[in-house]
Design a protein around this ligand. Structure first.
Ligand code: TNX
Length: 549
């Protein structure tokens, strides 16, 4: 058996039957037509259209460098002079990256002939994805510029593009903190598998991780907690001061790093709940006035922002002003989840606000739920003035919310389906399929400490692969599903190794849910590519993952 596995490893990336070699590319491209013959990439010149963006040229240059290092023969990189986009791959020599404005935004096409390769796309992301596909077609040494294997591309045509425009992965740097380098490594593996949205949950009860110049106490006081609960013991505290935050300079560095890789960073400022770290810094913004402490345990805090106080809105606007300066994303995530209403119900200021707004409890929701709708609408309007749209967790639908917000459906798919039927835009991230903090096997004993205790709630690789985002939707509503995301909350994840283990390989299954048409999804084919090639890529890049056999 071992020998057989070795043989497969040697044959990767092409598990060759003489007639029809199968490329082991993840996510599976929409169309692959192979022909006879090969193109030799060793020493091949790389040429690019002068209209390409600098970040695109960087990605092409990095591929050329890695091939040069691995093959020991220099590849040149130059502007393609005198080559029209329409030229046939068969007539050109070398590898050409040429703009073709007629292709959909993230699509690309690779035409491989014996003497030349033509890559076309209309945007940075299209070219960037073509480069990822080319890398996956070459020996695994291409990732680190290491020798070994055959440096040839099979002749043929690959025509590819995504099913969903929004292909997200989330990270929680609050419950446990991830350094700039660790975050970049996370973005790297997202880019490898053609994900394009990074949802960064940078504030919560257990820490405020974003430097805000106007409110320095947010990080001076709010970024550090006096210890953390041990394991599942909610009454315990390890006594170790814990925390950290990203300076504005570091935030810009992450945003740029992601942008080079075709990824938009969507920041989340979770409001009006999950605010205990902010309240620790500015206690007068809470209904009781505190004192508060940055939370040392997990769960849902009853202390939330006082929304009867006008100053709360001045504070949120001040924070969001800086958020908008730092993050060019069209979408800003404003949370909205798990906001208990006990403080508002007992707070004279919140009650006076509810009276002034004429809010009454009825079949649509309680007065306090409608108070949350008021907060959502007000922040949405503030951000709309800055040409930004909001995303909120599905709780924002409770009560009577107006239109315009995009809903992130996490408590299963029901909220997302209801919102899409109302013609609101939706991102599907149902916890029963897409929560990567849940164990990846039902044998909980064999998995590291985690959040679920019921083995039936495990999110196995096959389970996430089986998720069909448009199931249960009318055709009209289906058009409002922008895409799919998986979330990685980190209450029980404290090391980068554990983080990567939870992410991988499940994120590769997610990538196929996001990228491939239903007819192109096939778990057996996906799994064979994972075992035959993708795990070797992840290993070569020093990622920790849950191995499959
Ligand atoms: C629910 S998903 C939360 C998070 C937790 C997560 C743990 C969501 C909007 N809220 O605060 O970390 O469950 O799985």
């Amino acid at each position: 058996m071992k020998k057989l596995l070795l043989l497969f490893a040697l044959l990767a990336p092409m598990s060759a039957t003489a007639k029809a070699p199968t490329l082991q590319i993840t996510p599976q491209p929409r169309e692959i037509k192979l022909a006879n013959g090969c193109f030799n990439v060793r020493g091949a010149g790389f040429n690019y259209d002068s209209s390409l963006e600098e970040r695109t040229v960087n990605a092409i240059g990095a591929l050329a460098d890695d091939i040069s290092a691995a093959t020991g023969k220099m590849s040149s990189v130059a502007i393609a002079a005198g080559v029209k986009s329409s030229s046939e791959a068969a007539k050109i020599k070398g590898i050409y990256f040429l703009k073709d404005a007629s292709l959909p935004e993230e699509d690309y096409r690779i035409e491989i002939a014996r003497k030349g390769v033509k890559v076309t796309a209309s945007s940075h992301n299209g070219f960037f994805y073509a480069v990822q596909t080319l890398r996956q077609m070459l020996p695994v040494g291409v990732y680190k510029g290491k020798a070994g294997g055959k440096w040839k591309l099979p002749c043929g045509v690959i025509s590819d593009g995504p099913r969903f425009a929004y292909r997200g992965m989330h990270l929680d740097p609050v419950r446990h903190f991830w350094s700039v380098e660790e975050t970049k490594k996370y973005l790297d593996v997202m880019a490898l598998y053609k994900l394009n949205r990074f949802h960064w949950h940078i504030t919560d009860d257990q820490g405020w991780r974003l430097e805000v110049k106007r409110y320095p106490a947010l990080t001076e006081k709010g970024a550090f907690r006096n210890g953390t609960m041990i394991g599942r013991d909610f009454g315990s505290n390890d006594g170790i001061r814990y925390g950290g935050y990203y300076t504005q300079e570091q935030i810009r560095e992450i945003v740029d790093y992601a942008w080079e890789r075709g990824i938009t960073v969507i920041p989340e400022v979770d409001l009006p709940g999950h605010m205990q770290a902010a309240l620790t810094a500015y206690p007068h913004l809470g209904c009781t006035g505190g004192p508060y402490e940055v939370w040392t345990r997990w769960g849902v805090s009853e202390d939330v922002l006082c929304v009867g106080l006008e100053e709360t809105f001045g504070f949120l606007e001040g924070v969001l002003d800086e958020v908008c300066e730092l993050f060019p994303s069209e979408y800003i995530h404003i949370g909205g989840d798990e906001c208990p209403k006990v403080r508002w119900a007992a707070c004279p200021r919140c009650q006076a606000r509810a009276d002034a707004l004429g809010l009454v409890s009825d079949e649509h929701g309680t007065r306090e739920q409608k108070l949350q709708n008021y907060v959502t609408a007000r922040i949405q309007a503030y951000l709309a003035d800055k040409s930004r749209k909001v995303i909120g967790w599905d709780e924002i639908l409770e009560g009577e919310l107006g239109d315009g917000a995009t809903v992130m459906s996490w408590r299963g798919v029901a909220g997302g389906i209801a919102a899409a039927e109302r013609e609101m835009d939706v991102i599907m991230t149902p916890n029963n399929y897409c929560y990567l903090d849940y164990a990846q096997s039902s044998d909980l004993e064999s998995e590291p400490l985690g959040i679920i205790r019921d083995p039936k709630r495990a999110v196995t690789l096959e389970k996430i692969y089986s998720y069909e985002p448009l199931e249960g939707l009318s055709e009209k509503a289906a058009g409002h599903i922008l895409g799919v995301q998986a979330n990685l909350w980190t209450e029980y994840i404290a090391t980068p190794e554990h983080l990567e283990y939870m992410l991988l390989p499940r994120m590769l299954a997610l990538a196929e849910v996001q990228w491939c048409a239903p007819a192109d999804r096939d778990y057996a084919r996906f799994h064979a590519a994972l075992v035959g090639h993708q795990q070797a890529i992840l290993s070569s890049l020093d990622y920790h993952f849950r191995p499959e056999e």
